[in-house]
Ligand binder design. Structure first.
Ligand code: PEP
Length: 251
């Protein structure tokens, strides 16, 4: 069986002013350093305003830093956007692409997301490619076809287990307090794994994260699943103690 090192990633979304964000990041870095050996990789994705400072306060720790989005172009007339090389330049190692809030709020298609993932790879960033069905799609029985379709188009041909992480996040479970059942998560992760194995020589090595109302009380059962290689955590990543408890689930 392939050993995949879990990744516990926090998506801060549009939260945290400077003082709170830096306290959260430095608290996390201190806990990670105190613990020493960890059972997982740790990532935080702060808002763009805090990226550089969070890189600063976590730089001697096991905490990685990522952007929440990047543009597909390396530079140019794209007001308000951030290019992948800019993220790499300030010391980020990862970037989320295709989060459902970006797909919904900014009309991003899977084709857009593939281009962003390619830009991330070109800048030597690890792309965390997010996929997931809406409640309506689940009710229609379309979950697997939707998610497999998103993976097929959003994940570029040049993806490897080293430069790409997949995050399965059912849209109806994000920020709602509703978590997909263990059986629902297992079914989708198994299907994503099968697609990755079909398409990529190292498909078995890709980490597939689950996201959607992950919290200390449900992390253990989700992370115990064969094809769940970590979590993408929104709300609970803003509370140091809760995020740390999720991290410790992997210890
Ligand atoms: C997310 O933002 O990716 C997420 C999963 O949020 P939450 O944990 O709050 O549902």
């Amino acid at each position: 069986m392939t050993q995949r090192r879990p990744l516990i990633a926090g998506n801060w979304k549009m939260n945290c002013l400077r003082a709170d964000g830096l306290a959260l990041a430095s608290g996390l870095a201190a806990k990670a350093s105190e613990k020493g050996t960890l059972g997982c990789d740790i990532l935080v994705c702060p808002p763009a305003t805090l990226l550089s400072d969070v890189v600063g306060v976590t730089k001697d720790s096991a905490v990685g830093v990522g952007g929440q989005d990047c543009h597909a172009a390396v530079s140019g007339a794209h007001t308000g956007d951030i290019a992948a090389p800019m993220l790499a330049d300030i010391g980020a190692g990862y970037v989320l692409v295709g989060h459902s809030e970006r797909r919904a709020d900014h009309g991003e298609s899977s084709t857009d997301i593939r281009r962003k993932a390619i830009a991330a790879h070109d800048a030597d960033l690890i792309a965390v490619v997010c996929v997931g069905e809406t409640e309506q799609e689940r009710d229609l029985g379309a979950t697997l076809s939707v998610v497999n379709g998103q993976v097929a188009v959003s994940v570029p041909d040049g993806a490897t287990a080293k430069n790409t992480v997949i995050a399965y996040e059912p849209v109806w479970a994000i920020g709602t307090g509703r978590t997909a059942s263990v059986a629902e998560v297992a079914e989708v992760h198994t299907a994503i794994r099968a697609e990755l194995v079909k398409r990529f020589a190292d498909g078995n090595e890709f980490r597939i994260l689950y996201g959607g109302s992950v919290k200390p009380s449900n992390a253990a059962e989700l992370l115990a699943l064969e094809d769940v290689d970590g979590a993408l955590v929104g709300g609970a990543s803003l509370k140091l103690e809760d995020f740390w408890k999720i991290i410790e689930t992997c210890a």
